[in-house]
Design a protein around this ligand. Structure first.
Ligand code: PMP
Ligand code: GLN
Length: 387
């Protein structure tokens, strides 16, 4: 057999799938993979059911149904005071994963450099490389995840085509501040580069911290591609509906990639997401309040067990230092043991780094049912011998 593509062949299966399968196999409570439980809005489910019954069922327009493109533009104006033309500046995709691939395949030329911040979401690097880009990695380190400005500046060069910025950030829970965004904006302008802004957790911020899209900062309107995901905003990750917002000059090449990757997204789900984006402010507010409550419950419980918890201002995730409980295991081994022996699944943080990662942090997803969180804490308490 001839060789398959070496970049994908070298990847293995994503850790999220691996840990979820292991959780099922061992009947573990899955606090690993980032998907919510018990938060699906009934009104969206009803709207999707209505749309399926009513049809149509054929290919919708390649850029997305008009109702959803208008809803994405209205949402940008409502939350960020960002004026967007729904007909030329919005494209619907099959999830943020596809949107990311469209942006990278559509913009990167072989030899271009791409600046990435570690810890990074696992789909970024293989796609950057498959698109012919050379990655320039900059590391954020626990426990503070401070942006190393000098290293970020040094990662930029005249060959930099773009950077990828994930805020609120998976797995750290970091929400970039306006000062950090303005520093990044300065680098993008200085090097005439673009930014693919992965903002899937835009509505999942806590403690009064607000999400600021980089595209709204001075000089950024023509340089940023902003990606959102209905999966996160409406707790419906299986729907795989995402959207990209960018000026026409950036969106056009990205749409060329989209037309050959998925071309479209199921029209009924687009209809329901359009309906959802117009939800009252109370929907968005209560989602954040509810998730903050689950975060606090899990953080308190894990702290009592002996984990050292890092603060998280956004996303679905809490990062925990487990050294007080286990000094010997590395994070992957610790997660396997936790799943198999304690019946609770987490994700090792080292997989979000390319090399040289610190191996005593794990990531827990707190967007789960409260009874599942409580049962997970009971199991961990028993396992670590505190009962
Ligand atoms: N980016 C980040 C940072 C994510 O955590 C995820 C998945 N949870 C995605 C993108 C993918 O989103 P989607 O499910 O809409 O493809
Ligand atoms: N983004 C989710 C996470 O970080 C998982 C998505 C996936 O499984 N591909 O857990």
């Amino acid at each position: 057999m001839k060789d398959a593509n070496s970049i994908f062949a070298a990847c293995g299966t994503t850790i999220f799938e691996v840990m979820s399968r292991l959780a099922v196999e061992h009947g573990a409570i899955n606090l690993g993979q980032g998907f919510p439980e018990g938060l699906e809005p009934p009104a969206l489910l009803a709207e999707a059911a209505r749309a399926v019954a009513a049809g149509p069922h054929q290919y919708p327009p390649m850029m997305g149904i008009e109702a959803l493109r208008r809803a994405v533009a209205a949402h940008a104006l409502r939350f960020y005071d960002l004026e967007v033309d729904p007909m030329t500046e919005v494209m619907v995709t099959s999830g943020a994963t596809e949107a990311l691939a469209d942006c990278l395949f559509g913009l990167i030329e072989p030899g271009d450099e791409v600046v990435l911040i570690e810890p990074l979401y696992d789909s970024y690097l293989p796609i950057v490389r498959r698109a012919g880009g050379t990655a320039r990695l900059v590391r954020l380190e626990p426990p503070h995840w401070t942006l190393p400005r000098d290293q970020l500046r040094a990662a930029f060069s005249r060959r930099t085509k773009l950077m990828i910025l994930n805020s609120p950030m998976n797995p750290t829970g970091k929400v970039f501040t306006s000062e950090e965004l303005d520093f990044i904006a300065g680098l993008l302008i200085e090097h005439d580069a673009y930014c693919v802004c992965d903002e899937v957790y835009e509505h999942l911020t806590y403690d009064g911290i607000g999400h600021l899209p980089l595209i709204t900062r001075p000089g950024m309107r023509e340089r940023c591609l902003r990606i959102g995901s209905a999966g996160k905003t409406f707790s419906l990750t299986g729907w795989k509906v995402g959207y990209v917002t960018a000026c026409p000059a950036l969106l056009t090449p990205v749409a060329r990639a989209h037309q050959f990757l998925t071309f479209t997204t199921p029209p009924h789900l687009q209809q329901a997401v359009a309906f959802g984006l117009a939800s009252e402010d109370e929907y968005y507010r209560s989602l954040s309040v509810d998730l903050a409550g689950r975060r606090d419950r899990l953080a308190e419980g894990l702290t009592a067990i002996g984990f050292e918890m890092l603060p998280a201002g956004g996303s679905y995730f809490l990062v925990a230092d487990f050294r007080r409980l286990d000094t010997a295991a590395d994070d992957l081994e610790f997660c396997r043991r936790l799943t198999i022996e304690a019946g609770v699944t987490a994700v090792p943080v080292s997989i979000f780094y390319q090399a040289g990662a610190i191996r005593h942090y794990v990531r827990f997803c707190f967007a789960k049912r409260r009874d599942a969180l409580d049962e997970a804490l009971n199991r961990l308490t028993r396992f670590f011998g505190h009962l």
